[in-house]
Design a protein around this ligand. Structure first.
Ligand SMILES: C[S@@+](CC[C@H](N)C(=O)[O-])C[C@H]1O[C@@H](n2cnc3c(N)ncnc32)[C@H](O)[C@@H]1O
Length: 352
């Protein structure tokens, strides 16, 4: 077999990047957990000694972490002054949980992929599923923190206004169900934006519901927001003005069954909002950096989750508009349109 040396060298060069990203990821998690980025945010250039004092780190660890971060390009190093700086941009991405650009939660999610490798390997061998609740808890907290940034950035400013008449209804006071709500990040962001409306979040995963209740209380919205353990095909309540599914329809074993239940629980002029990972309809159009992240997460989390449930349709996180439209149609929705999109998400509106 003929080996193309240029192709081989290009791939090996690429692997250096891959190894670097993976090897430095635990350091990013350390920086997040130990407040190392926060200690640098807005503090300007710092010597390693100053950084060590501020973070209560032994100097040798402080130097090594800072040097690794400088090699990653997350921290800027000034060789003349021997100082390290976290730029305002890097602070938004790594130090500020409330920023729309915050990525720290994503690293927690990545950690869970490694921690759950043996379980996914077993599922691959057996052809069985792996339910959401069987994952390491960093998946749950990481998902909340990662997605919250996007909900802060997009929900109130652009996604809700893109839905036909929904902004006005929410302003006036609407009844909203957030299904597959996880820790309730989307529910709480919506409740803060629309004080006249009432919200109920449903998820089959009890620890998530417990966490969501705590978050609602801490945010001071628990008088209008409740959370209940319930599946997407069986949740109680009727006559909702809005039923929202944030990044969870494709995780379900029976999305068509869920769609049917949504239709039954909506008011006649109600609206189903479906937020899904960004994807094109054809595989070849998803072979890009965003598609790479989603296909990987889908292989490790979303597809096994769907296969663990009744029907086990296994839509995957890169289902694309055509397949999602078919799910809504089979579930009894006659109108379906793409209302908004970002590089990471598609937002659909379905009506009976
Ligand atoms: C990727 S997480 C998204 C969580 C949340 N919507 C968010 O945006 O942060 C998927 C969620 O769907 C929930 N889920 C999966 N299958 C479900 C089902 N059949 N019924 C209700 N919830 C389900 C999981 O427990 C998990 O919380």
């Amino acid at each position: 077999m003929q080996i193309d040396e240029d192709k081989l060298n290009a791939l090996l060069g690429r692997m250096v990047e891959e190894f670097g990203a993976l090897a430095s990821a635990p350091l990013t998690i350390l920086g997040d957990r130990l407040g190392l980025y926060k200690a640098m945010a807005g503090a300007g250039p710092m010597t390693a000694e100053r950084f060590g004092e501020k973070t209560h780190l032994r100097l040798r660890y402080a130097i090594e972490w800072l040097n690794a971060e400088a090699a990653s390009g997350f921290v800027e190093y000034d060789p003349g002054a021997e100082t390290y700086t976290l730029s305002p941009e890097a602070a938004l991405v790594l130090a500020d949980d409330a920023s729309p650009a915050f990525m720290g939660g994503g690293f927690e999610v990545l950690m869970s992929l490694f921690l759950d490798l043996d379980k996914v390997q077993k599922a691959f061998r057996d052809g069985t599923g792996l339910a959401w609740h069987e994952h390491h808890s960093t998946l749950f907290s990481g998902t909340e923190r990662f997605f919250r940034a996007s909900y802060n950035a997009n929900l109130e400013p652009s996604w809700i206004p893109a839905l036909d008449g929904m902004r006005e209804r929410l302003h006036d006071g609407a009844r909203v169900a957030d299904v597959g709500c996880g820790f309730g990040a989307s529910t709480i962001v919506l409740a803060q934006a629309y004080p006249e409306s009432t919200f109920v979040g449903y998820d089959y995963h009890e620890p998530s519901i417990v966490a969501a209740r705590e978050r609602a209380k801490a945010a001071g919205v628990d008088d209008r927001v409740s959370f209940e353990v319930a599946g997407a095909k069986t949740y109680p309540g009727r006559e909702f003005d809005l039923v929202a599914f944030f990044d969870c329809l494709h995780d379900m074993g029976d999305p068509v069954g869920a769609a049917r239940h949504v239709r039954e629980t909506l008011s006649p002029d109600g609206l189903w909002m479906i937020v899904e990972p960004f994807a094109n309809d054809r595989l070849e159009d998803n072979l890009n950096p965003v598609g790479r992240i989603y296909y990987s997460a889908s292989t490790m989390v979303c597809t096994p989750c769907s296969l663990s449930q009744e029907i086990g349709l296994g839509l995957g996180a890169q289902a694309g508009e055509q397949r999602l439209r078919a799910v809504a149609r089979e579930g009894g929705f006659s109108r379906f349109r793409r209302a908004a999109q970002t590089p990471f998400n598609l937002v659909f509106e379905a009506r009976p």
